[in-house]
Design a protein around this ligand. Sequence first.
Ligand code: ADP
Ligand code: MG
Length: 624
Amino acid sequence: MAKIRVLADHVANQIAAGEVVERPASVAKELVENSIDAGATQITIEIEAGGRRLLKVSDDGEGMVRDDAILAFERHATSKIRVSDDLIAIGTLGFRGEALASIASVAKVELITSTEGAAAGTRVAIDGGRMRDVKDAAHPRGTTIIVRDLFFNVPARRKFLRSEATETFHLTNLVTHYALAHPEIAFAFVNNGRDVVRAVAAKNLRERAYQIFGEAFLENLLEVDGGGAPMARVTGFVSAPRDRRTSRDSQYLFVNRRFVRDRMIGRSLSEGYRSILPHGVYPAALLFIETPLEEVDVNVHPAKTEVRFRRPDAVADAVRESVRAALARHDYVPQALTPIEPQAPTPFEPQIQTVEPQPAPPTSPPFQTAASAAVSVTPPQPRIEFAPPPSGDEIARDIEEMIRVQSVKSVVPVPPVDSAQKLVREVTPENLSANIRPLGQLEESFIIATDDEGLLLIDQHVAHERVLFDKYRALESERRVESQQLLVPETFDLTPAQAAVFDQLAPELEVYGFELMRLSGRTVAIRAVPADLPAGEARNMLAELLETVDAEKKLSARETMRDEIAASLACHAAIKVNMSLTPEKMRWLIDRLLQTSSPTTCPHGRPVILRLGLRDILKGFHRI
Ligand code: ADP
Ligand code: MG
């Protein structure tokens, strides 16, 4: 007997739902995108119980006539593409025509919709993929979709939903993304009857960012406006280097106003900050990349949060250079040539920097002039930087530059001096000596010292971090926390997503000596801070913690969260680099460091002490 069967529609839809509908936030994403595609000027999202019990999205978009309202739930029913050629240049957020069908197959869905001037609207009810009811209903122009009891018929998936707090966090994050991408649309987000976001239509991104994040966030932002036709224009905001975060959570990235998660863009963004932000520290960013529609394939993943660029290197260049230029305009990096990234040049093989005409004028042909063909171009490498980004006759300039670079580079390079990495080693607990003698400071940042085995460099900031971390942890566990009242309380504006995390983080912070008070709305007052923490650092620290401590971790392991708080406190209270230390202070620091639980690594896992061994010194001087 033949064994292959065609699946019933509702089974196929449930399978598709597995890809599109992962959690309440993914339902909200599809519905909000549909509203945007329908030309809405006002979108309201209401949720209950983290979106599991209720998720309702209303818009004032073009609405649907009765036949369309019914058809909308069919698989592959879409008004957005007609022929496969349309797939090459997709200008709408949706196009696969499977979102509504998928959602309706795993929830109880009600759709009420009406078009402009229609005599009556339509109400369609559909449960677990089965059409229950279609009738006339009153509705102003636009569409309301109510999704109840998500996964009511798929217990296996229901089990994978996280706590209400976590799902709410994801939903808030999502709404924040769309609100940023569409300042011209009014957004409201209501959680269990409480307003979380209420933003009227804004003039531009800056105004929208102000509505959502408040003034303090905006103060630290630098405007990005770079790249250009024909490849990728990059606009938006990035944070100043002093504003540091330990996760990428505050990076809002968009491609053609579609919110994406893209490692390549994240990486290029970080590359823009090279040498001014250490590893493991991330800037905040609202970055909008505009590319011609045919340059990007959004049909990579059903949820469409991944994209594939036809020329990823050109996009990466545009992002990196635009960010770099923004930093240069604010004097964070020199305006002129900045050092080329130390990306291991192959010795003895002269490298030619790819100098792609980016951005090239719209009229220029792809970069295939005789000159460029003659100069063999290696795979994309960090480019020589121009700031501000080149414009106008840059082709000529690029060729000039290329020739210049080539002539410099074709001189056989001097072999590199033995890399310091080989000689200077991290001190580990096993070879740590108790007999460390400080000699002085290097760059007012590193303590130069000796022990019986050689010469030591101690990073004063991370060393102090380790000392303070142990101290805070000890005080907390002995419940002997000391705090200092602030004369004038500091205030802090929470973003909607942070507000959700804050309520659960606050009690843990108070354990360490913070006194926090939630004022009206999303403003928090800091009334007291732990001893040793400079008052001015309290805000930075709070912002950083609200990002690192994500909803899930926080709920599961209180200890992990307390460690994170202690690490953050230690980091903000510790002496900084570029600070001169007296010999007594150096002695004190080293003594305290040696008494800690782990003198050779900081709470974030970085090394504290490096050693140049005596043997290597002797070898270096050809004495052995
Ligand atoms: P897609 O968005 O990929 O086309 P969906 O399943 O999300 O597929 O929606 C199917 C169709 O239903 C859309 O193409 C659109 O015509 C219609 N539709 C869905 N939501 C709305 C809305 N909020 N307003 C107007 N039309 C809508
Ligand atoms: Mg859609």
